[in-house]
Design a protein around this ligand. Sequence first.
Ligand SMILES: Nc1ncnc2c1ncn2[C@@H]1O[C@H](COP(=O)(O)OP(=O)(O)O)[C@@H](O)[C@H]1O
Ligand SMILES: O=C(O)C1=C[C@@H](OP(=O)(O)O)[C@@H](O)[C@H](O)C1
Length: 294
Amino acid sequence: MEAKISQSLQWSTLIDSEKIIRKPSGSLRFSQRYKGQQRLQMAEYCNLQSRKAATWLHRPVTLKVSCSAQNIPASLLESESFPASFDEAMILKDKLEEIEPYLSGRCIYLVGMMGSGKTTVGRILSEALGYSFFDSDKLIELAVGGTTVAEIFKLYGESFFRDNETEVLHKLSSNYRLVVSTGGGAVIRPINWKYMQKGISVWLDVPLEVLARRIAAVGTDSRPLLTGDGDAYAKAFKRLSTLLEERGEAYSNANARVSLENIADKLGYVDVCNLSPTVIAIEALLQIEKYLKK
Ligand SMILES: Nc1ncnc2c1ncn2[C@@H]1O[C@H](COP(=O)(O)OP(=O)(O)O)[C@@H](O)[C@H]1O
Ligand SMILES: O=C(O)C1=C[C@@H](OP(=O)(O)O)[C@@H](O)[C@H](O)C1
């Protein structure tokens, strides 16, 4: 595992606050899981960061979302905050500074299965970039007079929902500096890709068991394609696996892929559930950078 991490120097920049504790003296204490070469890489990285950001306080950092965009109702501008650890937020900002000039204001579209974290990670990215955040489902709900996604499916059917989804993506595509969390099924229509191609698409690739666990935890009421009787986890898992079979190829059209399994592997984690949304956002930026430099 250590060999893998030392091979990938860029991963020394992914620092989990659970593993590194900053002492009041400014020195760093590592958990038992970090050894040898890994510790050296992280210490180097942290020292560099400390010099760069000497005025930062050692406390959780809240990245605030700031929003404004053309043709989009003010009521839909998101204002939620998401707390990140000091180290994670610092690394995210640092990476952003590097790649922002190459983005040239292009929108970022997050695609992926239901529960993959498009909304959670999207908010973090938008806030750090100073971009506006939009959840396409919310825009569809507004377009249908405030009707929820679940009600739209029930009252008008899926194809009506999909037509509205396409229309929303069309409208969004004329904007700049947006991060958009798309619905899990947006990838199935080629026309939607045509609109998303004006920006950069990022696939959040999350193992099925994790998706099912997250969805079972919050319930399936707001996700009409997953509703039904029985155990919430088993039901979500079964339905999601069918959907993933149908859509797997479509997701891989995205410009960048963020695989939680790859991140966990590179960081030496056994369980992908230990990956914070900010760490996932950092990996998204690394993959966007890779795409931009191709
Ligand atoms: N990295 C993460 N670790 C733990 N829980 C997460 C993570 N990312 C998202 N979640 C949780 O999973 C659920 C679905 O996330 P969400 O961002 O709404 O996904 P999507 O927009 O892709 O449907 C939410 O309850 C959210 O809090
Ligand atoms: O996968 C899908 O087909 C859907 C995903 C949902 O969005 P999230 O991915 O944000 O849950 C929502 O658009 C609708 O329930 C259909």
